[in-house]
Design a protein around this ligand. Structure first.
Ligand code: CA
Length: 236
């Protein structure tokens, strides 16, 4: 995994509504997500993709959450992944057992999404300082990931979701040149097919949103290579 990439969270939850809500809100908060709806799939995904954190529901089909927790801790590959358990009210004993089995924290249902995100950031901050940054800065641009806000020279910049993800990725890797294919993989994901030209369209929108007449264009076009976020970019 590249340093500075958005943290990857494995959501293990069997209730589809909860999964949808968690995925949507974690994504908005600048976290990437993968999901499993049972314990066995959770173990498989955890060892294949080694996420930065596991959000683990206790009551799961096939394999209970506590057993998932125990097995994650047993395998050298997944041993160090922080785990936050999601427990229902009244599962006090399970909660204590979960912490005994190596969970880092627990959240009681029903929870607020803000609480979940705050806890995830706190656990990530402890486990991997630098990974859970909430504010990104580059030159005059400030990105508030938690609040989903972007400002340049104290002016609010309104971005669509794709432009937001593009800018976030650039700001996590200032000065580095990315090809259209690389940007497609990280911003759109590897499981969708999008024309490389689509990247150009969104870069154009991003530039338009970021730059006022007298401001420098901070997105550099590198001929036949791709794009970078850079100081004093020549007109692209
Ligand atoms: Ca459940």
């Amino acid at each position: 995994m590249n340093a500075g990439q958005e943290p990857l969270v494995l959501i293990v939850e069997d209730e589809p509504d909860q999964v949808t809500m968690l995925t949507y809100n974690l994504d908005r908060a600048g976290l990437r997500t993968i999901t499993a709806d049972n314990g066995e799939e959770a173990l498989l995904l955890a060892s294949e993709q080694v996420p930065h954190l596991v959000l683990l529901d206790l009551m799961l089909p096939l394999l209970p959450g506590l057993e998932v927790c125990r097995q994650l801790r047993r395998s050298p590959k997944t041993r160090d992944i922080p785990i936050i358990m999601l427990t229902a009210k009244g599962e006090e004993t399970d909660r204590v057992r979960g912490l005994d089995h190596g969970a880092d924290d627990y959240i009681v249902k029903p929870y607020s999404l803000n609480e979940v995100i705050a806890r995830i950031r706190a656990v990530l901050r402890r486990a991997r300082p630098g990974l859970a940054e909430e504010t990104l800065r580059f030159d005059e641009i400030v990105m508030d990931l938690a609040g989903h806000r972007v400002r340049r020279n104290n002016r609010d910049i309104h971005l669509g979701p794709t432009e937001f993800r593009l800018l976030r990725y650039f700001m996590q890797h200032p000065g580095r040149v990315f090809s259209r294919e690389q940007l497609l993989d990280v911003v759109w994901g590897t499981d969708v097919y999008v024309e490389p030209r689509t990247v150009d369209v969104h870069i154009r929108r991003l530039r338009k949103a970021l730059n006022e007449q007298d401001e420098a264009d901070l997105i550099r076009t590198v001929r036949s290579a791709g794009y970078a976020l850079d100081f004093k970019a020549p007109a692209g």
